[in-house]
Structures are given as C-alpha cells and as structure tokens.
Design a protein around this ligand. Sequence first.
Ligand code: FES
Length: 92
Amino acid sequence: MIEAQRKFRKLILVCTNERADGTECCAQKNAVELHKKIKEAIKAVTTDVRVSKSGCLDNCTTGATVVIMPDNIWLGQVTEEDIPEIVSQVTE
Ligand code: FES
C-alpha cells in the first residue's frame, strides 16, 4: 500500500528540459539558472515550498515555464526579473 504524506505546502516546478536536436525548449531560455535562483530565493524565506526541476511541461514555445502547485498557476516567458513575484505568490 502506498503511504501518503504532506511534506510541502506548495511545489514549484521549473522546466529545465533541453532538446538535443536544438528545437525550442526551456533550457535555451536560461531555465537551469532560473531554477537555481528561484530555489535560492524561496529558501531565503520559507522551508515549506519545494522548488524542483521538471522535464517538458508541454509549454515549450512560451518557456521558460514555471508551474506553482497545488494552485495550478502556469507562468510563461519567466525570467529572473519575475522571481520576486513568484516568491510573493507562494508566501502570501
Ligand atoms: S521544454 Fe519546457 S515546457 Fe517544453
């Protein structure tokens, strides 16, 4: 039987998918660095929000893609300038 538990209040997924064939993907749009910076910013203010890398979220043309769960908020064309707004979204 699966043991369910609640570990974090929210989960932020940052697509860091990279395509070997060079087609449009979030990794081309600074997503790896973006994930690192979001993680640092969240860690500075709370421990109950998890920031994780994800594979493709099927929003490639509007990447870098960030999803906030369980709120089901999908953000596109995210840049480092958007990090304060993301932090405020999950800490309000
Ligand atoms: S590569 Fe990021 S959403 Fe598809």
